[in-house]
Write a protein that binds this ligand. Structure first.
Ligand code: AMP
Length: 461
């Protein structure tokens, strides 16, 4: 998964992009990059690691100009190689291009094979580079129509921000899998994955880009280019609301916090339990756990603390410490848990590895009963549209039934939010893509159908 931002007509655009990427850090921690244009020259700075590690004052000062595109990366398609870090850059007949992409194309191997046969030379393994080649070789006679033409070949999930010299282009795929919002600051504009990236700049939210919409921002003006071909129905990713987006963001015109609280409330209605305390697996499940507490009347407690400063560690776990990974990140508050019947709420269950460790940790500090509640249905299917998920075989919900998962996690009871309950809780924003829960894929998986990609999920890095 990734976070993207574009700045147009704002002084020190790279510094603004930096701040927005800082706010979007949760969408990707592997690499970060900014490309800026100052009217004559395009400059780029990219690196591996967190935004604060990749950039310093000197690097930002070098990125002069009032146009910038930024990206934080969590690799899905392509590998961890730095050549895959974005924004991708290219010089083509009409100017300097910088491209930042969030999502996964489902036909990029097919397109790539064709482009290679026609002589294209790829510099990275990222699916996003396909678009750069399509634009460069489009026979249309303006950048606007070249961009439009190139995008019409793409299938799957793409929210894209691109600059060609001082023009910023922003687009969402016709189903609108990934979010993209437009904001205004003074006489300039900001486009970004989530509203939290506007808030940090003091930019005013204007609107969400519509599914299939392509806009150009240039000299303080937003122009609608032709919309991409409409589809039978939009399919924004419901997992953004479950886990991915920040709760202080609003995406698709809805507050993420409100959506998660509703999931928690519905969960409490579907799986009531007698208990002394409700707690969250922080921070992604905080809102859902508050919703559960509000609906059930069971007090919300801060029973688990999360260390926000964990990065990679060189300390190796001792062989007998099975819970090392979780212990580095979470610690239970004994005084809150000892002798209590606790409900622990998580936003989703993926492999079950963290959850298993957390349950052992709660029992270790004296929990009398542990009731696990999940603010989404079982994750059973891989995501081909940009969320980094394990393969099917690794998903605990795809191979085990509820009683088996209860035993596996060591909980007294387990309750998942139903698919209907989840969708109904946020009905005003649907219909959604629920593929990871339902196995119904709204955009064709062309590379899989053609035998070019594994049905187990996108290539893992
Ligand atoms: P586990 O207990 O190993 O199944 O991990 C579940 C936790 O992973 C939940 O707390 C989620 O917040 C988090 N999670 C869900 N989806 C993802 C994802 N695609 N990448 C990383 N973490 C995730």
């Amino acid at each position: 998964m990734c976070g993207i931002v574009g700045i147009s007509g704002i002084e020190s655009a790279a510094s603004q992009a930096y701040l927005s990427l800082y706010a979007l850090q949760h969408r990707g921690q592997e690499a970060a990059g900014i490309v800026a244009f100052d009217g004559t020259k395009t400059r780029s700075h990219k690196g591996r690691g967190l935004v604060s590690e990749v950039f310093d004052a000197e690097a930002l000062a070098r990125l002069r100009g009032d146009t910038a595109v930024g990206h934080v990366r969590y690799s899905t398609a392509g590998g961890q190689d730095i050549s895959n870090a974005q924004p991708l850059t290219a010089r083509f007949s009409r100017g300097d291009l910088a491209l930042a992409h969030n999502g996964n194309l489902t036909n990029h191997l097919d397109l790539r094979n064709r482009l290679v046969e026609e002589g294209a030379i790829f510099r990275s393994s990222a699916d996003s580079e396909t678009l750069v080649h399509l634009i460069a070789k489009s026979r249309h006679d303006t950048v606007d129509t070249q961009v439009d033409d190139a995008m019409s070949h793409l299938e799957g999930a793409f929210s894209i921000i691109m600059s060609v010299d001082s023009a910023i282009y922003a687009a969402r795929d016709p189903r609108g899998f990934r979010p993209l919002v437009l904001g205004r600051k003074g006489s300039g504009y900001v486009v970004a994955s989530e509203t939290c990236a506007l808030d940090i700049l003091g930019a005013e939210y204007v609107r969400d880009l519509e599914p299939g919409e392509v806009i150009r921002i240039l000299h303080g003006e937003v122009t609608n280019l032709r919309s991409l071909k409409p589809t039978d129905r939009p399919a924004p990713c419901i997992f953004e609301l479950v886990y991915f987006a920040r709760p202080d963001s609003s995406i698709w015109d809805a507050s993420v916090d409100r959506a998660r609280r509703e999931f928690g409330r519905q969960l409490a209605r579907e799986h009531p339990v007698e208990a002394d305390a409700v707690m969250a697996v922080p921070d992604s499940a905080n809102s859902a756990a508050l919703g559960f507490a509000e609906e059930s009347g069971i007090p919300f407690e801060l029973g688990l603390l999360r260390n926000h400063y964990v990065g990679r560690t060189f300390i190796k776990p001792l062989q007998e410490d099975r819970d090392f990974g979780a212990r580095m990140k979470y610690n239970p508050v004994k005084e809150v848990i000892d002798g209590k019947r606790v409900v622990i709420v998580d936003d989703s269950l993926v492999r079950g590895t963290t959850s298993r460790s957390l349950v052992r940790m709660l029992r270790g500090v004296g929990a009398k009963e542990v009731h696990f509640r999940i603010g989404s249905p079982p994750v059973r299917w891989p995501c081909f549209y940009g969320i980094d998920m394990p393969t099917r075989a690794e998903l605990i919900g795809s191979s085990l039934e509820i009683p088996e998962i209860e035993a596996e996690l060591g909980v007294d009871t387990l309750g998942y939010l139903s698919l209907e309950g989840m969708v109904d809780a946020v009905a005003q924003g649907g219909p959604y893509c629920t593929a990871c829960f339902s196995g119904e894929y709204p955009a064709p998986l062309i590379d899989v159908e053609k035998g070019l990609a594994s049905p187990e999920g996108p290539r893992r890095c």
